[in-house]
Write a protein that binds this ligand. Structure first.
Ligand code: SF4
Ligand code: SF4
Length: 539
């Protein structure tokens, strides 16, 4: 853990008394642990973004281009004309405050500028000043603010303290989506070369090698082969994991962390077992070796470019449809933006499960089915032999990852699977799950160690709900279906709620799956010994 993180008993001392200074004072203290570092010039160059240079947010001089203000205001005008939602979100907020205490960053930091309403006001005040008649005439009296360098620096700080999770929008009576406002500000900041490395490096890697981590095709193949070998040791069965196989029925795309990170990797093992067991005709792609899309955290154009490669690969390989793994923002991009950016994907077929015959009509436009939809359909049609006792060492709860929950309404399928692969499943409190789920605190490109204090503050509400089920039911495993969750929640839980581990749903599917011809299982997918009686079931 970073040195910048204070102890939990210090961090939990949160004072919600409003500060005395006027909120329009834009000065920001760039304190270590609360912000992300700037993007390296090489990554801007790789992505053809403007103003590549060496700078850091704590520098006095950000080396902005001389016409930075005009560039941003012109960019704002173009976007107000292009995106009707953007103009609406600028105009219709009545400042009712219903969203104010719904943001995990506000709850964890008490900084009023982390209230969604005030976060948006940081931009809205500039909108009023330059794009409304009253603001142009009366300026500050009409709630307008000049666009100064301090305001720009304040934008960078607070719009990179928003994980674009959209919890606040669930509570807004007008449906104002603060995440869209954050996206717009980040896009404006990009116009003058103000961006973070944790967002742009994965995006640049994705262009170069197909995935965020920059893993080249042979490295991708090595890691899949390693997983196949390991599965053989656990189950005695050698599965096939085809890559770049033309003419396969289905292209399977996962976030790259699934084949390089822990605990994600156990989820990958679960997928491979499942596909072998049902005899699925599928392929991975070494180029579409990333489901995640850090373009979502940068600009619409970047998001579109990164999303396009998944569909280009589907076309090149000649598959019928796409199956997607446990990822968060991949699904938000696919469900909310793909169809108007790169779709409709008419060159693919409406997805039909080759095992059950179920037509996934909901995926008719995107031609992409979520692995939880696919697996729950298999279970519902009795196509899998499952022994949930193999997961009896886990008392399980489920964290609804923000994007599958709020951007695609995937609420029941993960729970249905969990109830079939585990005997001990406990829900967290109602106002912290399903549509109201709390963010992990590190989405939207904030999951870096330099930002550790804000990550932990943002993760506090989620960890607090986990603590409730840990203390009440003895829960020791938090399951989730997002690669960022799996990367950041172990840190947040170790800090706030020790004793609870993190895993994917298909890890538990893999544990419970009884495969034809398997050897006696002595360990789970983590290599932990199974209890004697669980192992004996299949002796
Ligand atoms: S809930 Fe909606 S209308 Fe009310 S303050 Fe928040 S953004 Fe504005
Ligand atoms: S989208 Fe999420 S992180 Fe951003 S203001 Fe709303 S609740 Fe906070």
């Amino acid at each position: 853990m970073s040195e910048a993180a204070p102890k939990p008993e210090e961090l939990v001392q949160i004072n919600y008394d409003p500060p005395r200074r006027d909120w329009r004072d834009a000065h920001v203290d760039y304190r270590k642990g609360t912000f992300c570092y700037s993007a390296a010039a090489k990554n801007l160059q790789y992505l053809d973004l403007p103003n590549p240079r060496d700078w850091q947010p704590f520098d006095k001089d950000w080396k902005l281009p001389p016409n930075w203000r005009e560039t941003i205001l012109q960019g704002m005008k173009e976007r107000l004309d292009k995106f009707r939602s953007f103009r609406l979100f600028m105009d219709i907020c009545v400042r009712c405050g219903a969203c104010a205490d719904k943001c995990h960053f506000f709850l964890g930091s008490a900084d009023p500028k982390n209230m969604p309403v005030l976060r948006a006001e940081l931009l809205r005040s500039v909108y009023r000043r330059y794009f409304t008649l009253s603001g142009r005439i009366f300026r500050g009296l009409a709630g307008g603010r000049e666009l100064t360098e301090d305001v720009l620096k304040e934008w960078f700080y607070y719009f990179y303290q928003c994980t674009e999770c959209r919890r606040c929008s669930v509570f807004c009576p007008f449906g104002i989506d603060t995440a869209e406002i954050t996206m717009m500000v980040r896009e404006l900041l990009n116009l003058v070369g103000v961006n973070t490395n944790w967002v742009l490096e994965p995006a640049a890697n994705c262009f170069r090698t197909g995935n965020h981590l920059g893993i080249q095709p042979h490295g991708f193949k090595d890691s899949i082969d390693f997983a196949v070998d390991e599965l053989e040791e656990i189950t005695g069965i050698r599965v096939e994991a085809p890559i770049n196989r033309k003419g396969a029925e289905i292209l399977f795309i996962v976030p790259s962390a699934d084949y390089f990170g822990t605990p994600h990797y156990y989820t990958l093992l679960g997928y491979l077992m499942l596909f072998h067991e049902i005899g699925l005709d599928y392929t991975f792609s070494a180029y579409a070796s990333e489901g995640g899309n850090f373009g979502l955290f940068s600009s619409h154009e970047m998001m579109k470019r990164l999303n396009a490669k998944m569909y280009a690969e589907a076309q090149r390989l000649g598959v019928k449809w796409i199956l997607g793994g446990e990822c968060g923002h991949m699904w938000r991009v696919v469900h909310q933006y793909m169809n108007t950016m790169n779709g409709p994907a008419d060159f693919l077929e409406e997805p039909v499960s080759p095992i059950t015959g179920t037509r996934f009509e909901n995926a008719d436009a995107t031609k992409m089915v979520h692995i939880c939809e696919f697996t729950s359909d298999l279970i519902h049609n009795n196509k899998l032999k499952l022994d949930p006792r193999r997961n009896d060492h886990w008392k399980v709860t489920f964290h609804d990852s923000c994007n599958p929950a709020r951007a695609m309404g995937l609420l029941e399928e993960p729970r249905y699977i969990l109830r079939n692969v585990s005997n001990q499943f406990y829900e967290m409190p109602e106002n912290t799950i399903r549509e109201q789920t709390f963010c992990c605190g590190s989405g939207a490109g904030l999951g870096t160690d330099e930002n550790i204090e804000m990550r932990l503050r943002g993760g506090l509400p989620r960890a607090n709900a986990v603590k409730h089920v840990r203390d009440k039911h003895g829960v020791n495993l938090l399951t989730c279906i997002c690669a960022i969750d799996k990367a950041t929640l172990p840190t947040a839980l170790e800090y706030w709620t020790p004793g609870v581990e993190v895993g994917g749903i298909h890890e538990l599917v893999g544990n419970a799956l009884v495969m034809k011809g398997e050897q006696e299982r002595t360990t789970d997918l983590r290599g932990e010994p199974l209890h004697q009686k669980e192992a004996a079931v299949h002796a």
